[in-house]
Design a protein around this ligand. Structure first.
Ligand SMILES: [Zn+2]
Ligand SMILES: [Zn+2]
Length: 1016
């Protein structure tokens, strides 16, 4: 006996119920025990930042990770299931600053670095717990007590080791270079972080400024700028040597193409202006002392905006800085860390924005302003705090990418990408990547272990805590963890002069933290496993993760598979590759699945401030985890996902079909007292099966093959589509066509349906773990010999499906679909029986004539030529294409134009070619008295003539339908018997008494008064 199912699933309730069951029955632990000796499937988790609750876009990635881990587990693979948390760096600092109300680096320092570090750790501890809870609710199975945290001393030591290696190879350097800078965060922004930030539409000043030429009385260059704050740092003006420049009557030099309506008194090539000197607009400033302003050549001067003459300030722009190296220009850097003007530039302490007004006033007062206005343009902002970015020249630490670039490209070429074209995206990124800017002038991050000695002119890099301890001069007793401020209090002895060396103040780019995990979490080169050895420093008490040994690393490295969103090409995929290729010369992963962005259901980005963001808890509440997972898995990964409650509603509607089919089974199995056999799941039911049963068994085998292929390709969308089609076939064909047999308690039908339903649950379980488990409990668990969880049942056995039978039924369904559409076009209800159906072009359907007759409610089905008034012939492209080649177009046109001759045996002559019946698709439209429908070479024609008997039979079906509706409306059970009363007007239907009684479970039929039913 199965427990009866309610009309609709209560996702929230049964998901919580399943979670409690898994917990209570240790299902996940038992699965791991079961697979302990299985083949390894190595997955390495890209860490989620433990800084905020998780968002629905995180849920997408985490679902995909869980789906494939569950699939591999069902296939018997042993896995690590280690979740990772990213814990340090700017993102954590910025949130902690906000919560403490601190708004500058000075305020952080006043607050105290030790306290600040503790607040950061507390935030990580809090949100790693929140994210864990949310991930469990999503159904994610991970080894939750043994997560890796990137801020642990162990992880830090591994990065130190990498940095020492990089230094020994001569790749590490301190760069004096122009860098993108966030004035609020007070740190530089690396190339990959720049891409992660948003370009905002911002309004900036637009100034045209005169630079008077020396020795050329009355002549000036005119330049254009949108960054007035850079003018006090101007040292040169660049022209395009190839372009034409003209001198206007007002004495202004412009590129000719920028002033097409002007008359020029003189025109010269830019090259002729090169070398001229001019008076800078701020020559009086101390910072400008000794600077000689010159015109320089630059091929990249844009001629599509401004004046064609570019003001150059090497201390305030990347390209300007590069030009300063070529032309030996002075580098004047006007901004401090907070983006305020430095002394010597005339506007001490003003921000780059505040300085715009006074600079404009100064220009106007000195007759240097040609014109001014504003411009709205796209401008980069900080990816963390949204502040507009500036350029600064600073000292930063870099790792040269030159030597590693070809090795990383070679390693990437061996990686299998899903979808495949992303391999090229990765390659493009690697080809163009700049040197890796690894330093941040911040606090709670990886302490860069660089100890410069000025006397020896060396940089010494510490590669481990042990090395630090050996060389420390003092301060080890206060070294709580490898973080600022504690680490800064441990000076070391110089290995050259013995002098006291202090660490540089910088911390590391957070992508170093995440990039090392394929080595650090797996115990690379660690001589012996250390229990809880990963949980040192800031990670102590947060996790019990072990530090495995090198033998373990060899077993699990490289990852068989990783998965993150596409922007990680520039971030995590890049950093793990960089670090592993450096240390080992190999990629840390063999396959990778990447996917696009999550948008709202209308296709806009989700933003809290726009009111269209969906919180993950709200999604659990309102749609349920399974529906979310389905939404993620149904998405082709190369396209943006439009996520929302609208699509969720549609998914619920589709899943209801599965639910209804299951409920149908349960209801009739209970009536029949049916008991399934667990062994049936191995190869399907045997014994006395009818053609439809055999078909559904083959259809189920096909489902197993299709979903397996989808998962093996790491494309959930393929598995979801296969399942969706299967449920449709099961519900709208198999069950509908077999209804009567279920009413009769037919054992073969019940066995077949149970097998098909349960196999369906098994293959979709990775995507829908809750619904599958819930229904497994209902349908399978009570069966003798059955495992108590769908996840302990393994993957269904694969059997080759009988293609012939599947193709036959595909033809049947094509005929039936056309039959229904022909009925519709003639406005003939299905309940009205018809005399005759003629089918042309679906030969495989002939074996199932009865099925077609019954489904379409026709008395006779004939296979043959449809006699029609109009004949349409199309080329069968897969066959004719290769045969005809270039001629195909002409043949197709001739056929479409009716320019052909019909020969015997379904052959046609066209343009001198004779085409066989398999080379063309023939469709016919009907004559008077026939309803015809045609598609893809199949044509059906329904005889629409009705005689008295057909009309009477139609009324019988109407009556049965009406009575069964009344049964439902009056809440009768499926097995309740009734006495049926029909009105006198229907007395002529009594000839069909037996059929009416059996279809309505009536024990007696009376003719009297009004239509009525009474339960006996
Ligand atoms: Zn910022
Ligand atoms: Zn020294």
């Amino acid at each position: 006996m199965f427990a009866p199912l309610p009309k609709e699933p209560d996702y929230g309730a049964h998901e919580l119920d399943v979670l409690a069951r898994w917990e209570r029955e240790r299902t996940f632990d038992r699965l791991r025990e079961l697979n302990a000796d299985g083949p390894r499937f190595s997955f390495v988790d890209g860490p989620i930042t433990a800084n905020n609750p998780m968002g629905v876009h995180h849920a997408w990635g985490r679902t995909l990770k869980d789906v494939f881990q569950r699939y591999k587990a069902l296939r018997g693979h042993t896995q690590r299931y280690q979740n990772g948390f990213d814990c340090q760096g700017l993102w954590v600092e910025v949130e902690v600053e906000k919560s403490l109300g601190l708004n500058s680096k000075r305020e952080i320092e006043e607050y105290g670095l030790a306290e600040f570090a503790k607040r950061c750790r507390e935030r990580v501890a809090k949100y790693s717990e929140v994210i864990t809870e949310q991930s469990r609710r999503l159904g994610m199975w991970m080894d939750w007590d043994n997560d890796y945290y990137t801020f642990t001393d162990t992880n830090i030591e591994y990065i130190w080791r990498f940095l020492k290696e990089v230094h020994e190879r001569g790749w590490l350097y301190k760069g004096h270079r122009s860098t993108v800078w966030c004035p609020r965060c007070g740190t530089s922004i690396s190339q990959h972080e720049l891409f992660a930030g948003e370009y905002k539409e911002l309004e900036h000043p637009s100034l045209f400024v005169r630079f008077p030429l020396r020795g050329r009385e009355g002549e000036s260059l005119v330049v254009w700028t949108t960054t007035p704050w850079t003018l006090p740092a101007n040292v040169a003006a660049a022209v395009n040597p190839e372009a034409d420049y003209g001198l206007t009557e007002e004495g202004e030099w412009w590129a000719v193409s920028r002033k097409p309506d002007s008359t020029f008194v003189r025109t010269v090539k830019g090259a002729e202006l090169v070398g001229l000197e001019y008076d800078g607009p701020f020559d009086h400033l101390p910072a400008q002392a000794g600077v000689v302003h010159k015109v320089i050549p630059w091929d990249d001067v844009a001629l599509d905006e401004g004046t064609g003459i570019v003001h150059i300030a090497p201390g305030a722009g990347a390209e300007d800085f590069e030009l300063s190296r070529v032309h030996g220009l002075a580098v004047l850097a006007p901004l401090d860390e907070a983006g305020r003007m430095l002394p010597g530039f005339g506007y001490d302490g003003l921000t780059s924005d505040e300085v715009a007004g006074p600079v404009t006033d100064h220009l106007a007062a000195n007759g240097l302003l040609v014109g001014s206005g504003t411009i709205v343009h796209r401008y980069p902002t900080c990816w963390r705090c949204g502040t507009p970015l500036v350029f600064r020249v600073v000292d930063d630490w870099f790792i040269s990418a030159e030597e590693i670039r070809p090795q990383m490209m070679a390693a990437n070429a061996k990686v299998e990408w899903t979808p495949a074209f992303y391999s090229k995206r990765m390659e493009d990124w690697l080809r163009n990547m700049g040197d890796w800017n690894i330093s941040r002038k911040r606090y709670f991050g990886l302490p860069l272990p660089f100890y410069p000695c000025e006397d020896c002119d060396t940089i010494q890099v510490i590669g481990s805590r042990q090395e630090l301890e050996e060389r420390a001069l003092r301060g080890l007793d206060q070294l709580e963890e490898l973080h600022r401020p504690w680490i800064d209090n441990v000076p070391i002895a110089c290995d050259g002069c013995g002098g006291e060396l202090f660490r540089v103040p910088e911390v590391g780019d957070a992508w170093l933290d995440a990039g090392i995990v394929p080595l650090s979490t797996l115990g690379w080169r660690n001589p012996a496993r250390i229990e809880h050895g990963y949980a040192r420093g800031a990670g102590e008490g947060l996790t019990g993760a072990d530090l495995p040994d090198n033998a373990y690393w060899e077993e699990w490295f490289p990852a068989d598979w990783i998965s993150e969103m596409r922007e990680q090409i520039r971030l995590w995929f890049y950093s793990i590759s960089f670090m592993s290729v450096t240390m080992l010369g190999r990629s840390p992963y063999q396959r990778v699945l990447t996917y696009e962005k999550l948008l709202d259901e209308t296709g806009r980005e989700m933003h809290r401030s726009w009111g269209n963001a969906i919180g993950v808890d709200e999604a659990f509440e309102r749609m349920g985890a399974d529906v979310m997972r389905w939404q993620f898995c149904a998405q082709p990964p190369s396209q943006n996902l439009k996520f929302g409650f609208g699509p969720a509603q549609e998914i619920r509607r589709r899943l209801l079909t599965l639910w209804n089919s299951t409920k149908f089974f349960v209801d009739y199995a209970n009536i029949a007292g049916f008991e399934p056999r667990y062994e049936d799941l191995a190869a399907g039911p045997d014994g006395d099966l009818q053609p439809l049963d055999r078909w559904v068994v083959e259809r189920t085998r096909q489902l197993v093959a299709d979903t397996t292929a989808g998962y093996e390709r790491y494309l959930t969308v393929d598995a979801v589509r296969a399942f969706d089609d299967f449920v449709e076939d099961l519900s709208n064909w198999y069950i509908r066509r077999s209804r009567r047999r279920f009413w009769d308690g037919d054992e073969a039908a019940l066995r077949t349906l149970w097998y098909a339903l349960v196999t369906g649950l098994r293959v979709i379980a990775p995507v829908l773990p809750f619904l599958s488990e819930h229904l497994w409990q209902e349908l399978v668990r009570p069966v003798a010999g059955a495992p108590d969880s769908v996840f302990l049942a393994g993957w269904p056995e694969e059997h080759a499906a009988d293609d012939g039978l599947l193709r036959e039924m595909a033809d049947v369904r094509a005929v039936v679909a056309l039959g229904h559409s022909a009925r519709q076009s003639a406005a003939l209800k299905v309940r009205q029986p018809l005399a005759r159906l003629v089918v042309e072009g679906a030969p495989l359907a002939e074996a199932h004539t009865d099925e077609i007759a019954d489904e379409l409610r026709v008395k006779a089905v004939e296979f043959g030529r449809v006699d029609a008034t109009e004949l349409r012939v199309k080329p069968n492209l897969p066959v004719l294409g290769p045969k005809l080649g270039k001629e195909l177009g002409a043949i197709r046109a001739a056929l479409a134009g009716g320019d052909f001759e019909e020969l015997a045996d379904g052959r046609f002559r066209v343009l001198g070619h004779e085409l066989g019946p398999d080379e063309v698709l023939v469709e016919r439209t009907g004559k008077e008295g026939w309803a015809v429908a045609a598609l893809d070479g199949v044509t059906v024609a329904l005889d629409t003539a009705l005689d008295e008997e057909l009309l009477r039979e139609g009324r019988v079906y109407e009556l049965i339908h009406l009575v069964n509706t009344m049964r439902r409306d009056q809440g009768l059970e499926l097995t309740d018997r009734i006495v049926l009363t029909v009105p006198g007007a229907d007395e002529d239907l009594v000839g069909y008494e037996e059929r009416i009684k059996s279809e309505t479970l009536a024990v007696e039929l009376r003719v009297d008064g009004e239509l009525a039913i009474a339960k006996t």
